[in-house]
Design a protein around this ligand. Sequence first.
Ligand code: HEC
Ligand code: HEC
Length: 459
Amino acid sequence: MRKGQILLIGGVVFFSFGILGQSPAFSEGALDVGKGIYEKRCGVCHGHDGKADNGAQEFLYPKPRDLTAGKFKIRSTPSGSLPTNEDLLKTIANGIAGTSMPSWRSIPEKERRALVEYIKSFDERFKTQPRKPIPIGPPPPRTPEIMAKGKQLYQDAGCNDCHGTTGQGDGPSAGTLKDDWGNLITPYDFTKGGRYKAGSSVRDIYRTFTTGMAGTPMPSYADSLAEDQRWALAYYVQSLSKQPTGPAPKEEATVTSKFIKGDLSAPDPASPIWKRAPAVDILLRPLWFKEGYVDQVRVRSLHNGKEIAFLLEWEDPTKNTDLQKLEAFRDAAALQFPTKADGVPSFPMGETGQVVNIWQWKADWEANGRGPVENLAAARFSTLTTQLSQDVKGKGIWREGKWRVAFSRPMAGGEETAKFAPGKVVPVAFAVWNGAISQQDGEKSVSTWSFLKIETPGR
Ligand code: HEC
Ligand code: HEC
């Protein structure tokens, strides 16, 4: 992708370092650079002044952190200390698993460092140095003895009280736990691997219960458990889940819309035509955490110069298509596009004033024989209006624990809708609702903005 294209599609939001480096703000110091990025990328959730009180929090759980409270879960420093710059840098690069906090690795490191300086400026406490990171030596070898010791300690140290005897996060205290802001908080489910907020290696887990997680009931065991006991626990806890295999899904991915000669006007998820489109696995984050949220979607796209089509595939063990039953919710999925090339909102569905175009497929509409895709416009968290021409077609098939849903639309869209043309790069985001866990409206899994690169015929 050429740099000019990045500028064109990203406008103010997806600027690259080169562009920023030329701006006068850069020479005025890191704080100004940090402020600029913060307001575009972070303020939507953490608030203009870091206090996380601008209203968006109502739609998010876990809640975005009040960055003025001096409470950080992910640290290398002892209980009661602030995090180091490196800790904050790591959090910003990784995002926070199982929450809406995205990974910002695509922001160049120098700018992320400026961002760290800026968020520290919200809190006077950062004028003093944090305490030194807790030294962590190399892990001892994993032996049957250490595993047995870890298993015993898990009960003896009372981990089971919150995390449950089998580690599923369902101990006797689990339902009553709250964080320092009074919000209910669930102890980690050790049987679901790969969702550790502070990292999943044995070293990471060791560090987490050595430091504790500030602002939560998860205590520090630095004083009550010896080093060898903590290693034993780390090994044991890690062994309760399978380590994720295969490549991790991407955040801020590029999906190529492949040019083909062929009809795309009647989208069919079962068509062999999809084999010609490269698949990209995209990470989804829960806006409102509930066990069973969909955590990734596989995306493909094709176009023939006149129509553009998408295939979305995701795992969902239960098919929810019937809203007639009491307390029933539908499965659904959506694509989102900004309506102006230079107006990408900071987070999908996250900013007032900037309109996005949403194509929402609904399993119950499909089951009832209606056109299953609604073409919508949205301007902020959980505001949707249908006002557009209903020219998006779709078809979904559920088989063996998996939804496959195809969408298509003429490339030249109407007003207030996404525009596509060969050679263009268009931002796109994805959302999935799982009816089985009562997700609807703003309760869903979402991606951050990815890019759709529309192939030029003949290349
Ligand atoms: C879509 C909402 C959203 C956006 C955008 C967002 N965050 Fe967050 N952030 C969260 C949530 C939610 C949490 C709390 C997660 C938790 O407590 O488990 C969080 C937590 C944090 C924390 C605390 C980490 C800790 O150790 O406890 C920091 C620091 C942070 N965010 C920085 C940023 C920065 C910097 C940006 C912009 C580059 C940003 N966030 C953008 C949702 C967001
Ligand atoms: C008083 C309740 C409580 C006890 C006791 C407790 N935990 Fe936790 N633990 C929590 C909560 C709540 C969280 C989730 C924090 C969050 O998501 O912000 C958590 C999270 C964790 C995590 C996940 C960290 C991550 O990166 O997401 C690990 C690992 C962990 N606990 C280990 C332990 C071990 C080992 C013990 C026993 C030595 C223990 N906990 C005892 C409440 C508890």
